[in-house]
Design a protein around this ligand. Structure first.
Ligand code: FES
Length: 90
């Protein structure tokens, strides 16, 4: 059994990979998002951004208030292509 700890399951990012990026100088969630695609999977960060913020706090000594979450962009919930393409207003 693997002892890897997955932080972002959508993008298969482990705790070790995120910590390595922080050690390389990526000190915000936006920077980690750009480098690793953290939070860009199908759940749009619902499963990983808070965990990654906690890692950033531990590694940088900052408080959670100092590390802002990336802005949420619509759609805020998954929407099927059929719904977007439909003429119906439902
Ligand atoms: S767990 Fe990271 S984007 Fe879904």
């Amino acid at each position: 059994m693997s002892d890897k700890i997955f932080i972002c399951r959508c993008e298969d990012l482990t705790k070790e990979e995120i910590e390595q990026a922080i050690d390389e100088g990526y000190k915000t969630l936006e920077e980690l998002k750009c480098k690793l695609r953290l939070g860009m999977g199908s759940c749009q960060g619902r499963g990983c951004l808070l965990l990654a913020r906690r890692l950033l706090c531990q590694k940088t000594g900052k408080s959670t208030a100092e590390i802002t979450l990336p802005p949420a962009r619509p759609p805020f919930i998954p929407v099927s292509i059929g719904t977007l393409a439909s003429d119906k207003n439902e």
